[in-house]
Design a protein around this ligand. Structure first.
Ligand code: ATP
Ligand code: MG
Ligand code: MG
Length: 560
């Protein structure tokens, strides 16, 4: 069913049919180039581009560039780069500014029809009159005067905010957006595309419907907060007898413990809470990408969220995003071991055993995908988080009882690592008994008990390790929630809700050196028991600058 048909006059519909190149579905993704794209835009992107793809239609990438002082070429390029990264192919890349001349001509038409007037009220006065449903004293200016004054606006004869062009609709309309909205204002800031050619700029509401109509968009999708602007969208096109697309609203994406609006992202950047638009703690596309998240994971997330058309202010739990990221990475990230905070583990009787090398599958569930060979030495590195100077919480007897039962289901609150007297398995290698722990010196002494796989499996817990003789130093960054609360938007100042511990930096971390070779083939690794990690874009392996970002934890974060 062609809704455009029902929506339009015969004349407008027939013209549209002629111009739409046989496509029954034409969408557009219309970002304003005043910042970088974020996860919310990923939803908009997918909703438009993927719908087009599925329906055999096409989708425009249209930059909505009508606020010259906020827009930059850098943003324009990054947006295109992000769209292509998702694998979407714009039918055409256009700019609202491509149509400035046509939009201007529409304004003249409305003035000539007596449907627009130049208003000299200040912004505050105008807001007050609109609020009180009162008419502007300039509302009944003659068409000739309006044309002349609008021309003067265009010629740069007014200061910014001195005058504006308004639509003459209904100052008492129940929908406030219909109360003689502004359609053009004066701005002298050079435009990133049109430079100083124009000093009058059309407002979003006037621009957007016209561009949609010019491009013969069949389905104009936008977020629910625009629902109230739909009357205006159609009023403008009706008044000009132009073709009207179908407008459809979908809910705006909000994600827990994070913010998505560009304005708020800028607040975080300007206050140096984060390092920039691609700081991996943000949910911009560039940040997610830098963290090692693939477009596949983002698309899966958006699709899950889209299944239900929810209320506008619904907050989606970030756990759902993490889940999609893990699902995507599971089969493409080989397992490795890494140590974030090294403690030396000495094995005093190492020479009594014959096992000097172990074979470790890259993908334990699919052993045919290759192995790594790890040499073992009498001194290994283990992670400080697995080491205590004395047994924490539980008593020794509890621990032994648990061991006797040899069940793998260990109480999560029980520390299963290294402390004097504990028995613990080193993954892939053997079971050790701890003789002593010296946190000051960062040394643990242990005795190897067994290298049998069966004994290892029965041990109360297995910890990861690394051989310092085969290790390379690196920097690892672990990211936690940027906000301590699910909805930071509730705070007047979002900075009050920032988590002071959103970044953990490990500058003396170690990975096995074979990762350098493996990184030619794989981008993300599963550091066993620690999480999924991706090489940071600033790494330079030849220069020994190796930096990893945590892409996602292995399990749900408990603090959420
Ligand atoms: P922001 O508040 O981040 O500046 P915006 O809506 O002003 O958002 P635009 O560049 O105008 O950003 O957005 C381009 C498209 O993406 C629009 O159709 C907009 O509705 C959509 N969009 C923006 N943010 C979200 C979001 N959080 N969820 C879904 N769609 C979004
Ligand atoms: Mg916008
Ligand atoms: Mg915006």
């Amino acid at each position: 069913r062609d809704l455009c048909y029902e929506n339009n006059s015969k004349q407008a519909y027939e013209k549209h049919l002629k111009e739409r190149n046989g496509y029954q579905y034409i969408f557009r993704f219309p970002p304003e180039p005043n910042g970088y794209l974020h996860l919310g835009h990923a939803k908009a992107l997918r909703t438009n581009f993927y719908s087009a793809e599925k329906l055999g239609g096409v989708c425009y990438l249209r930059y909505d560039d009508t606020n010259p002082e906020k827009e930059k070429l850098d943003y324009i390029e990054s947006i295109k780069d992000n769209v292509l990264w998702f694998g979407f192919k714009p039918y055409n890349i256009t700019y609202s500014s491509d149509y400035f001349q046509e939009i201007y001509e529409c304004a003249i038409k409305l003035i000539n029809k007596g449907l627009a007037y130049v208003c000299e009220l200040s912004q505050e006065q105008m807001a007050e009159l609109r609020q009180n449903k009162q008419a502007s004293p300039y509302r009944n200016r003659s068409i000739e005067d309006n044309l002349r004054m609008f021309e003067d606006m265009k010629q740069g004869k007014y200061k910014e905010n001195e005058v504006c062009l308004r639509m003459k609709i209904d100052y008492q309309h129940p929908n406030p957006t219909m109360r003689d909205p502004v359609m053009y204002r004066v701005k002298y800031h050079p435009h990133p595309k049109t430079g100083k050619k124009w000093c009058i700029y059309p407002m979003y509401d006037f621009t957007h419907c016209l561009c949609d109509s010019f491009e013969n968009i069949t389905h104009s999708l936008c977020t629910l907060e625009f629902e109230i602007r739909r009357d205006l969208y159609y009023w403008i096109l009706d008044s000009l007898d132009l073709y009207k697309p179908v407008v459809w609203e979908y809910s705006r994406l909000n994600v827990s413990n994070s913010v998505l609006s560009k304005r708020k992202l800028l607040t975080l950047i300007n206050n140096k809470v984060v390092d920039g638009w691609d700081d991996p703690r943000l949910l911009t596309i560039n940040a997610l990408r830098r963290r090692g998240v693939r477009p596949e994971a983002i698309s899966a997330f958006v699709d899950l969220v889209n299944v239900a058309r929810r209320g506008n202010e619904n907050i989606i739990d970030q756990k759902l995003l993490d889940y999609c990221i893990r699902q995507d990475l599971e089969n493409i990230s080989p397992r490795t071991m890494s140590i974030l905070e090294p403690i030396k583990l000495q094995i005093i009787n190492f020479d009594d055993f014959n096992v000097k090398q172990v074979k470790v599958p890259l993908f334990p569930k699919e052993p045919n995908r290759g192995f790594r060979e790890l040499n073992i030495s009498s001194e290994l590195l283990v992670d400080a988080s697995d080491v205590r100077e004395s047994e924490p919480n539980k008593k020794q007897e509890d621990h032994q009882n648990l061991q006797k039962k040899s069940t793998k289901k260990v109480d999560k609150n029980t520390f299963i690592g290294i402390y004097p007297g504990s028995q613990i398995a080193l993954k892939y290698f053997g079971v050790i008994e701890i003789i002593s722990v010296n946190m000051q010196e960062k040394v643990v002494k242990s005795r190897l008990i067994s290298t049998e796989e069966k004994e290892r499996r029965e041990a109360i817990g297995q910890i990861h390790w690394i051989n310092p003789q085969e290790a390379v130093q690196c920097q690892v960054k672990v990211y936690n929630d940027l906000f301590t609360v699910a909805d930071p938007n509730q705070f007047d100042n979002i900075l009050d809700a920032v988590n002071p511990n959103s970044l953990e930096e490990y500058n003396n971390a170690y990975i096995n050196k074979d990762l350098i070779n493996l990184s030619k083939e794989y981008k993300t690794f599963q550091f066993e028991r620690v999480g999924y990690f991706t090489l940071d874009q600033t790494s330079d392996i030849q220069e020994n600058k190796i930096r990893f970002n945590r892409t996602v934890s292995l399990k749900d974060r408990v603090n959420r």
